[in-house]
Write a protein that binds this ligand. Structure first.
Ligand code: FAQ
Length: 309
């Protein structure tokens, strides 16, 4: 059977393509692009929350936040490993990120201005991430889909801790509730942008869905997220900053207002509020950590030499 035919048969049968299987070059390239972008997002995504570890209001909240930020680092590592199964080198991917040649999620280019932002990131950003990643557990590429299963379990804890933080704030003083509202006002629209451009403007959706890399389109996932999140905002007693948001009984979904796509593309192209700081911080951390990588490599070769002797 021809390679293409065998590949298509595996995809059609909902089985997994594994690293040693033949795959079209475009499939490999698309996966490298998406998985690398995803890995970079997890790693850069540590910054907005890491910023609040020293200022968490209690030991309990600090412990939760440290655990969450560590999880994001772990997600980055699984994902770089998944990308490596496609024949790329992790250092190469780092280099492309540091040079601004690789993208990462637009959401991490916004600042975290008050403690309620930590709740909003868990609730909205992790909520959006799970909505997107649950479909990726059914991705046709085995290593990526399996990484997603574990990541989704951890994201679910992240989402709940953020929502619980906001419940406590919304049940607190009027000032605390106002902080939660302010955070929702700033994070709502950027969270909707996480799902990417409208399907009609999405370069990759059609092909990625045919290959079963993506299983649901950007707009359908965004709608799922809005439908899930509106009742949660109602429960908190805070308002989603969208005058056009209303239940549409005919569609069985919430209608919502227009996204500012100029803002989206500005941020994606590197001109958001925090893009330069995020990349500069990442490059510095990479350079400052060089001695750790050198020491670990030296230790590993010493151990290998000892075992061989
Ligand atoms: N930001 O044709 P499409 C997280 C780019 S993880 C920046 O629709 P595609 C965990 C796109 O790359 C969050 N760029 O693209 C956490 C493409 O450009 P290219 C990350 C974006 O790939 C929580 C162009 O626009 N999750 O949050 C964005 O089919 C809390 C055209 O777009 C993932 O990466 C964007 N929002 O669909 C961590 C999930 N949207 O490459 C810390 C995996 C689009 O041609 C704290 N990724 N672009 O130059 C995906 O599912 C997909 O890649 C999409 C985009 C859905 C993001």
């Amino acid at each position: 059977m021809a390679n293409e035919e065998r590949f298509q048969q595996i995809v059609d049968a909902e089985e997994k393509i594994e690293p040693t299987d033949w795959m079209p070059e475009g499939y490999r390239k698309t996966l490298i692009r998406q998985i690398a972008q995803h890995a970079h997002s997890e790693v850069i995504g540590m910054q907005p929350e890491g910023n609040w570890i020293t200022r968490a209001p209690s030991l309990h909240r600090k412990a939760i936040l440290i655990a969450k930020v560590q999880d994001e680092a772990g997600h980055g590592l699984y994902l770089y490993s998944a990308a490596e199964t496609l024949g790329v080198n992790r250092d190469e991917l780092q280099e492309l990120l540091h040079q601004g040649k690789h993208k990462y999620s637009s959401i991490f280019n916004y600042p975290t201005l008050n403690w309620a932002d930590i709740g909003a990131i868990g609730w909205l950003v992790d909520g959006a991430a799970i909505t997107n990643q649950v479909m990726l557990t059914r991705c046709s590429y085995g290593p990526y889909s399996r990484a997603m299963v574990r990541i989704c379990k951890e994201e679910s804890f992240h989402q709940r801790q953020g929502y619980e933080l906001l419940i406590r704030l919304c049940q607190g003083t009027p000032e605390q509730k106002a902080m939660a509202q302010d955070a929702l006002n700033r994070w709502w629209w950027p969270s909707l942008m996480m799902f990417g451009p409208h399907d009609s403007d999405s370069t990759h959706t059609e092909q990625s869905m045919a290959w079963k890399i993506k299983r649901v389109s950007n707009d359908d996932l965004r709608q799922q997220f809005v439908d899930m999140t509106v009742p949660q905002a109602n429960y908190l007693g805070i308002s989603i900053p969208d005058p056009d948001l209303r239940w549409n009984a005919d569609r069985g979904h919430y209608d919502f207002g227009d996204i500012d796509w100029d803002e989206f593309w500005r941020v994606v192209k590197g001109n958001g509020p925090m893009n330069r700081e995020r990349v500069a911080h990442k490059v510095k951390a990479w350079e400052d950590g060089a001695w750790v990588r050198e020491a670990a490599t030296a230790y590993a070769s010493k151990k290998r030499a000892r075992t061989a002797a």
